[in-house]
Design a binder for this molecule. Structure first.
Ligand code: ZN
Length: 507
């Protein structure tokens, strides 16, 4: 068979694998946005069978044959760039998956599904002991995976981190988080010491969901979201999903909270733009699927939610329209009052109800706990108390019960260990990108005040998005910023931002 024919067959096979992935993604979106509650079991069993088929294809004899034939030097160098890069990803996936016992994995998937249901009960009953045995089993499975792969890593926990963000390690995170933690703790102390209270009651006035949706759609459109290849839907928890030409961004509008649904759309819109702006050359290949880059993905949502939107110029473009649409709630509220209220310090025991500053400590606490768990320094039974101690020490919060403590997030009870740190690593990357975009687009503030957000989207597309999965996250960061991960940009940004909101320097 000629090399051209072999390459063509391989691309057709990749397309077939991609179809299975797309079905899983379509089911996920359908379940989250439209499907009735009673359909949960039906859709879960379809998704589980399709996932199994997908895994079988990725690790099949057919794949092994393609890898063997296409990896020969004289063949490899005649392949197109897209095929070469796709092949590299397939080899990596194949090698990782072949070490995983399929039966054990199937049992683990079932365990996670039961554990998530148990978690709901434990949270409702406010009783950690109901879920602790399941968590033990999940952690023990994760440790067995670590045993298989740890020889490639410096720290056992790196095995889990690398799964969500290629190249991420305890070494990189410790470097990012150690200074960041101290600075955020200090900044929060300074804000509290200033004694300034920013009133925000008006944000909780009644605004019909339809009006919020109209505004959210307008902002998303200005950000450059392509409604011909995507949509904005509603769901219980905001998320981004879908397939290559149908990127679905969702949010939840609360009629007694005029802003959280909108900031949810700005966040998910950042994720959605990343998905939509992947080069069309990568469609139907693994390069068009953003796996192993959770932190970089998060950098794109936080770039908009925590760095761009908190600039008062962003809201200045919309404010008179918002006042009209939300009449009479904001009639007596100035743009400055509105802006300060949204971005005020709002310490809360619940991560998802926190502000962009104290949120950082919520994640650092989870990271420190995960690191200690997988380095055998703490055990499952220690978790509720370790959680309380750290919340008190870093945020000054007294946790009243496990419902608002260890049981608040589903992540660990669904097997997601190594995922949490991506939120703040992504925030640090976002601040690094932000420092460059402000140099490349010197009229950045004017762009915001005129609502020409697509200029920013074009910058992100050309520097980050269009690469899809063809470059490693750290390589993209290095190419754009000429630097390694560095939290100093985030620290500087936070000081500037909170000095503006609380006028700290004049104290
Ligand atoms: Zn996100």
């Amino acid at each position: 068979m000629s090399i051209a024919c072999l390459e063509q067959d391989f691309l057709v096979f990749l397309k077939e694998i991609n179809v299975y992935q797309s079905i899983i993604d379509i089911i996920e979106v359908h379940q989250i946005t439209d499907a009735p509650l009673g359909s949960v079991d039906s859709y879960s069993s379809i998704a589980s069978i399709i996932s199994q088929k997908h895994l079988e294809l990725e690790t099949s004899k057919k794949m092994a044959n393609f890898i063997e034939k296409l990896s020969i030097d004289e063949v490899y160098y005649q392949l197109s760039y897209v095929t070469q890069k796709s092949l590299e990803i397939c080899i990596d996936t194949f090698n990782k998956n072949k070490l995983i016992d399929k039966d054990e994995y199937a049992k683990y998937v079932k365990l996670c599904s039961t554990s998530q249901q148990k978690w709901e009960e434990a949270k409702r009953e406010n009783d950690f002991s109901l879920i602790a045995p399941y968590l033990e089993k999940i952690i023990s499975y994760k440790k067995s995976i670590i045993e298989k792969f740890k020889h490639n890593y410096k720290n056992p926990y790196d095995v889990l981190l690398d799964e969500y963000e290629e190249g991420l390690s305890v070494e990189v995170i410790d470097l990012l988080f150690s200074k960041l933690k101290n600075e955020v703790v200090n900044l929060i102390k300074n804000i509290k010491k200033s004694g300034k209270i920013i009133s925000a009651d008006f944000l909780y006035s009644h605004v019909p969901a339809e009006k919020q949706h109209e505004l959210a759609k307008k902002i998303l459109c200005n950000m450059g979201f392509d409604f011909l290849r995507g949509r904005l839907n509603k769901s219980e928890h905001p998320m981004t999903g879908g397939i290559f030409d149908d990127v679905v961004v969702t949010t939840k509008y609360k009629e007694n909270d005029m802003i959280s649904g909108i900031t949810g759309v700005i966040h998910e819109g950042g994720h959605g733009l990343y998905e939509q702006n992947i080069s069309s050359l990568f469609k139907d290949t693994p390069l068009g699927i953003l796996n192993g880059r959770c932190a970089l993905h998060e950098s794109q949502s936080l770039f908009w939610e925590y760095l761009t939107a908190p600039n008062i110029k962003f809201w200045s473009n919309y404010y008179s329209q918002i006042q009209k649409m939300y009449k009479p709630s904001l009639d007596k509220i100035s743009l400055e009052q509105f802006h300060k209220a949204i971005y005020r310090l709002n310490i809360n025991p619940i991560r998802l109800d926190s502000d962009p500053l104290s949120y950082i400590l919520h994640i650092i606490i989870r990271y420190e706990i995960e690191k200690d768990l997988f380095n055998n320094k703490i055990s499952v039974s220690d978790l509720p108390n370790v959680w309380r101690q750290k919340m008190k020490e870093y945020l000054g919060v007294d946790i009243q019960n496990d419902q608002e403590g260890i049981l608040q997030d589903v992540h660990w009870f669904a097997g997601l260990f190594g995922y949490f740190p991506c939120y703040i690593v992504g925030y640090a990357y976002a601040a690094q990108f932000y420092s460059i975009v402000k140099k490349d687009l010197p009229d950045f503030d004017e762009i915001l005040s005129k609502g020409n957000l697509q200029e920013i989207q074009q910058w992100l597309k050309s520097k980050i998005h269009h690469y899809g999965s063809s470059k490693a996250p750290l390589e993209i960061l290095k190419t754009v910023t000429k630097e390694k991960p560095n939290s100093q940009y985030l620290i500087d940004y936070l000081y500037t931002q909170y000095n503006k909101i609380y006028s700290l320097s004049s104290n």
